[in-house]
Design a protein around this ligand. Structure first.
Ligand code: PEP
Ligand code: MG
Length: 894
C-alpha cells in the first residue's frame, strides 16, 4: 500500500531531509530537525504524490488517504495529550503548503485549526486565558475565511474596526475577551452571508477544507506565475504539513520569530533576524508591529533584543543555530516559537540570500571547514553573480535625498515611479525602466517586481515579502520606508513635504536604503576579495575555456577584467555603424559597380585596421575570433524617405537612385537572404578588404611588439563546403599578399560558424576546409525551429507558460533538437579532424544550463557577453564538477 502520509516529532519520524521531493522542503526538514533531537511540535506531512494524484484523478484523493490521516492525527493527539474537537482540551493544528522548493504564491498558512464554538471554551480553560482563546478563534476564522473560503480580507478588518469604534479603543490590544467574542460572531455572520453557508464547525471538515485549499493553490495564478519565473515543473506538486499548534501569543513569556543563521544581505556570520513577544508568526511578517532584533549587538537604542528579553530561550536558540549549520552545512532560515519560555522549532530551510551573501557564505564556510572548495564552487548560483557585476551609485554623484527605508536588497536602480505591478509590467515591456512603489507587496505583485528595476515599499521589515522576493530575484529593494506616504488614488508618494508623482524618476540604493529624487549617476562595481577567491577555485576545476563576444576596446577591456581568455566573436558589422564609417559603408552599398565598391572599401580599410589593432593590443597573447561581415547590406541603408534624402545629399548621390537601391536590397526574409558568406561570394571585395585589415593590423602589432597575434578568421552562415572553400581561398590569398608586401608572416586560422542545420549535418565535409567551428546557436535555433529570433518574443512566452517548451530556446539551448545538431556537428567534425577547435558564440554561451551541455559534448570554449564572463567561468566549473561526478569529463568525440 502506498504511504501517503509521513509522521514527524515525538519520537516518530518517517521522513528525512533527503525526501524533499516526496515531502516538500518544509516537511522533509521538520522530520530531519525532529530526528536530530531539535524541539519540533509533532505533526505529519501529506506527500506531494497526493497532489499529483489529486490532479490526475479529477481532484479526488487516493482511497487510503483518509485512514492514513486519521492514524497520523491520532498519533499527534497522543503525543500532545489533547484531542481534535475535544471540548475540554482541544488539539489545534496549523496547516501549511510545502513544495520541493519554497514557493511564495501558494496558500498561506492556516493557524489554530480545530477551534469552534465549543473548543474555544476548552482552549480558554486549558490556557486560563479567555481573551487569548477568543483572539485565537477570530484569527482562525479570519485566516481560514480568507485563504480557504476566499472571503476578501477587508471584510474581516471592517468588523474589527467596527467593534473598536463602538468600544472607543484604538489598539487591538485594548480589546477584551467579550470584544473578541463579538468580533467572532460578526465574522461568522459575515462568512455565512458571503458564502451562503455557515462557517464550518466540525474540525474534521475544517481540516479537509484546508488540505483541499493547499492542493488547489498549487494551480492558482500566483503559483503558476512563480513557477514560470523559476522554471518549476507543474508536476512536482505540493505537500501539506499538519502540525500541532504552539503559541507565541499566550503572554509575555511567549514569542515568535523568523531569523537567519547568517546575515542574508551581506553573508556576515551574525545571528540575524526579528522576533516579537506575545505574537503569532504572521505578526512578524505582516509589518503591523515592529519586530525586534535577535541579538543585542544588532539592537538600536529603544529596541529590546531577544538576547536581553528572553535570555534562556535565546541561549537555546544560539545552540540550535550551531547544530543546524553543522548539520545542514549551509546558512539556514528558521522560524521558531517560544511558548511559556519553551523553544519550539517550526521550520528550517536553506536561507535565500543575495549574491554577495551567497559568495561570502560559500567562501567563509570553506575556510571554516564546513564544506570544501569544490562544494563552495557548487554553492553559488552562477546567474546570481550578475547582481554583483552591475553598477552601484557613484559616491561622487550629486543627489537629492527623498527618504530612507531598510536596505532590503542591494544594488542601485533608477526608473520612473509606478504604483501597480501591472503597470510596471506594461511599461517595462515597452523598454522603460520602472521602480515599483507599493505600501507592501504580496505574491500577486511578483510579475511587476520581476519587470521593475527596483522595488520600494513603505511597510514591512527585512523578512517582508518584498525583501525576500527582491533578494531572490536580484532586484534592488528598499523596504519599510516608514517616512514615505503612498497615495494610490492620487498616484503620488510623499516624504518630508516633497511629492513625487507617478511617471517621475527616482533612484534607489538597495545597499543603504536611501531613496533619491531624480536619476543619480552609477559606477561600475568593485569586486570583493571573496569574488576573486571563488573565481580562483572555479578556474582550478573547469575544463571549458571562456571567451567574450566583444568588438569595441571597452568591451574587450571589460571582458579581460572579468577574466575572459580571448574573444570568441568579434562581429565586424558593429564597427561599420560608427559615424566615421557609415558614410563609406553606404557608398560601398550604393556603388553601381565593383570599381565604385572598391573605392569605398579603400576608405574603410584604415578604420578596420585600427579597430583590429586596438583589439589585438588589449587581447595580447589571447586568441581572437573575427567574423567577417554577416548582416544583409540592406541593414546599413537609411529607411525613411527623409533619412534617404539626407544621406543622398551627404554622399552626393541621387535620391531616386538611392531609393531604388534600397528597394532592390530589401528582402522578404532577410535573415534567410543575402547575408553571411553569400555576401562574401557575391561581393568578394568586401571580405578581401576585411581580411587585409586583419592581416595588416596583425603584422603591425607583430612588428612593433614582437608578439604577433594569431587571428582566427570566421566565415558566417556557411551551408556548404564549397562556400567555405571559396571564401577561405580569398582570405588565404590576401594573407599571402600582405605577408609578401610586409615581409612579415603571422600565424592565422580560418574557420566557420556552424549556424545552419545543413552545415551541422555535413560538418565532416565542411571540416576539411575549416580550422575551427564556432556554433552560432542564435541562428541555429532560429533555423532549426523555423522561428524568427526577432519576432518570437510575441508568442514564445505563451509556449513556455503552457509547458510546450520548458524554456525560451533562445535563452537556454534546446538540447533535444538544436543540441542534437551541435552534437552531430562536433562528432562529424572531430571525426575527420580530431584537433578541430570547437566553441560556441551564440547567446547560449553565457547561459549556465547551456554551458553544462557544452561541457558534456566536449566543446573547447564558450563565448559570451563581457558581463557574463564570470557567470560562464563559474557555470563551466560546476559543469566540470557535475561531469566528473557523472563519470569523468566531457565525452570528447575525438
Ligand atoms: C549566432 O547566430 O549564434 C551568432 C553568434 O551570430 P549572430 O547572433 O550575430 O547572428
Ligand atoms: Mg548568426
Amino acid at each position: 500500500m502506498t504511504q501517503w502520509v509521513y509522521s514527524f516529532g515525538a519520537g516518530h519520524n518517517d521522513g528525512s531531509a533527503e525526501m524533499r521531493n516526496l515531502l516538500g522542503g518544509k516537511g522533509a526538514n521538520l522530520a530531519e530537525m525532529a530526528s536530530i533531537g531539535l524541539p519540533v511540535p509533532p505533526g505529519f506531512t501529506i506527500t506531494t504524490e497526493v497532489c499529483t494524484w489529486y490532479y490526475e484523478h479529477g481532484k479526488q484523493y487516493p482511497a487510503e488517504l483518509r485512514d492514513q490521516v486519521a492514524t497520523a492525527l491520532a498519533r499527534v493527539e497522543q503525543a500532545v495529550g489533547a484531542r481534535f474537537g475535544d471540548h475540554r482540551k482541544p488539539l489545534l493544528v496549523s496547516v501549511r503548503s510545502g513544495a520541493r522548493v519554497s514557493m511564495p504564491g501558494m496558500m498561506d498558512t492556516v493557524l489554530n485549526l480545530g477551534l469552534n464554538d465549543a473548543t474555544v471554551d476548552g482552549l480558554a480553560a486549558a490556557s486560563g486565558d479567555a481573551r487569548f482563546a477568543w483572539d485565537s478563534y477570530r484569527r482562525f476564522i479570519q485566516m481560514y475565511g480568507s485563504v480557504v473560503l476566499g472571503v476578501d480580507h477587508h471584510r474581516f478588518e471592517e468588523i474589527i474596526e467596527h467593534v473598536k469604534l463602538d468600544r472607543g479603543v484604538i489598539e487591538d490590544t485594548e480589546l477584551t475577551a467579550q470584544d473578541w467574542h463579538r468580533v467572532v460572531d460578526g465574522y461568522k455572520d459575515m462568512v455565512a452571508e458571503v458564502k451562503g453557508q455557515p462557517f464550518p464547525q466540525d474540525p474534521e471538515a475544517q481540516l479537509w477544507g484546508a488540505i483541499g485549499a493547499v492542493f488547489g493553490s498549487w494551480m492558482n495564478a500566483r503559483a503558476n506565475t512563480y513557477r514560470r519565473l523559476h522554471d518549476i515543473p507543474a508536476d512536482w506538486g505540493t505537500a501539506v504539513n499538519v502540525q500541532a499548534m504552539v503559541f507565541g501569543n499566550m503572554g509575555e513569556d511567549c514569542a515568535t520569530g523568523v531569523c537567519f543563521t547568517r546575515d542574508p544581505s551581506t553573508g556576515e556570520d551574525v545571528f540575524y533576524g526579528e522576533y516579537l513577544i506575545n505574537a503569532q508568526g504572521e505578526d512578524v511578517v505582516a509589518g503591523i508591529r515592529t519586530p525586534q532584533p535577535m541579538s543585542e549587538a544588532r539592537a538600536k537604542p529603544g529596541e529590546r533584543s531577544m538576547e536581553k528579553a528572553m535570555p534562556a530561550a535565546y541561549a537555546e536558540l544560539v545552540q540550535v543555530r550551531q547544530t543546524l549549520e553543522r548539520h545542514y552545512r549551509d546558512m539556514q532560515d528558521i522560524e521558531f516559537t517560544v511558548q511559556q519560555n519553551k523553544l519550539y522549532m517550526l521550520q528550517t530551510r536553506n536561507g535565500k540570500r543575495t549574491a554577495a551573501a551567497s559568495l561570502k557564505i560559500a567562501v567563509d564556510m570553506a575556510r571554516e571547514g564546513l564544506i570544501d572548495e569544490r562544494e563552495a564552487v557548487r554553492r553559488v548560483n552562477p546567474s546570481a553573480l550578475d547582481q554583483l557585476l552591475h553598477p552601484t551609485l557613484d559616491p561622487k554623484a550629486p543627489r537629492k535625498l527623498l527618504s530612507r527605508g531598510l536596505p532590503a536588497s542591494p544594488g542601485a536602480a533608477c526608473g520612473t515611479v509606478v504604483f501597480t505591478a501591472d503597470e510596471a509590467e506594461a511599461r517595462a515591456a515597452k523598454g522603460e525602466s520602472v521602480i515599483l512603489v507599493r505600501i507592501e507587496t504580496s505574491p500577486e505583485d511578483i510579475h511587476g517586481m520581476h519587470a521593475a528595476k527596483g522595488i520600494l515599499t513603505t511597510r514591512g521589515g527585512m523578512t517582508s515579502h518584498a525583501a525576500v522576493v527582491a533578494r531572490g530575484m536580484g532586484r534592488p529593494c528598499v523596504a519599510g520606508a516608514g517616512g514615505v506616504t503612498v497615495d494610490y488614488a492620487g498616484q503620488t508618494l510623499m516624504a518630508g513635504g516633497k511629492v513625487v508623482q507617478a511617471g517621475e524618476t527616482v533612484t534607489l540604493d538597495g545597499a543603504t536604503g536611501e531613496i533619491f529624487i531624480g536619476a543619480v549617476a552609477m559606477v561600475e562595481p568593485k569586486l570583493s576579495g571573496d569574488f576573486e577567491t571563488l573565481m580562483g577555485w572555479a578556474d582550478a576545476v573547469r575544463r571549458l575555456r571562456v571567451r567574450a563576444n566583444a568588438e569595441t576596446p571597452l568591451d574587450a577591456e571589460t571582458a579581460r577584467k572579468f577574466g575572459a581568455e580571448g574573444i570568441g566573436l568579434c562581429r565586424t558589422e558593429h564597427m561599420f555603424f560608427d559615424p566615421d564609417r557609415i558614410g563609406a559603408v553606404r557608398q560601398m552599398i550604393m556603388a553601381e559597380n565593383e570599381r565604385g565598391r572598391r573605392d569605398a572599401l579603400e576608405r574603410l580599410l584604415p578604420f578596420q585596421r585600427q579597430d583590429f589593432a586596438a583589439l589585438f593590443r588589449i587581447m595580447v597573447g589571447l586568441p581572437i575570433t573575427i567574423r567577417l561581415l554577416d548582416p544583409p547590406l540592406h541593414e546599413f541603408l537609411p529607411h525613411t524617405e527623409a533619412e534617404i534624402a539626407e544621406v543622398a545629399q551627404a554622399l552626393g548621390a541621387d535620391v531616386t537612385a538611392m531609393q531604388r537601391r534600397a528597394a532592390e536590397l530589401s528582402e522578404a526574409n532577410p535573415m534567410l537572404g543575402h547575408r553571411g558568406c553569400r555576401l562574401g561570394i557575391t561581393f568578394p571585395e568586401i571580405y578581401e578588404m576585411q581580411a587585409r585589415a586583419i592581416f595588416e593590423a596583425a603584422v603591425e602589432i607583430g612588428k612593433s611588439t614582437r608578439k604577433a597575434p594569431v587571428p582566427e578568421i570566421m566565415i558566417p552562415l556557411v551551408a556548404t563546403k564549397r562556400e567555405l572553400e571559396i571564401t577561405r581561398a580569398q582570405v588565404d590569398r590576401v594573407a599571402q599578399e600582405v605577408f609578401a608586401e610586409s615581409g612579415y608572416h603571422v600565424e592565422y586560422y580560418v574557420g566557420t560558424m556552424i549556424e545552419l542545420p545543413r552545415a551541422a549535418l555535413t560538418a565532416d565535409s565542411i571540416a576539411a576546409s575549416a580550422d575551427f567551428f564556432s556554433f552560432g546557436t542564435n541562428d541555429l535555433t532560429q533555423t532549426t525551429f523555423g522561428l524568427s529570433r526577432d519576432d518570437a518574443g510575441k508568442f514564445l512566452p505563451v509556449y513556455v507558460e503552457k509547458g510546450i517548451m520548458a524554456k525560451d530556446p533562445f535563452v537556454s539551448i534546446d538540447v533535444e533538437g538544436v543540441g542534437a545538431l551541435v552534437r552531430i556537428a562536433a562528432e562529424k567534425g572531430r571525426g575527420v579532424k580530431p584537433e578541430l577547435k570547437l566553441g560556441i558564440c551564440g547567446e547560449h554561451g553565457g547561459d549556465p544550463a547551456s554551458i553544462e551541455f557544452c561541457e558534456t559534448i566536449g566543446l573547447d570554449y564558450v563565448s559570451c557577453s563581457p558581463y557574463r564572463v564570470p557567470v560562464a567561468r563559474l557555470a563551466a566549473a560546476q559543469a566540470a564538477l557535475n561531469a566528473a561526478q557523472a563519470g569523468g569529463g566531457g565525452d570528447r568525440t575525438a
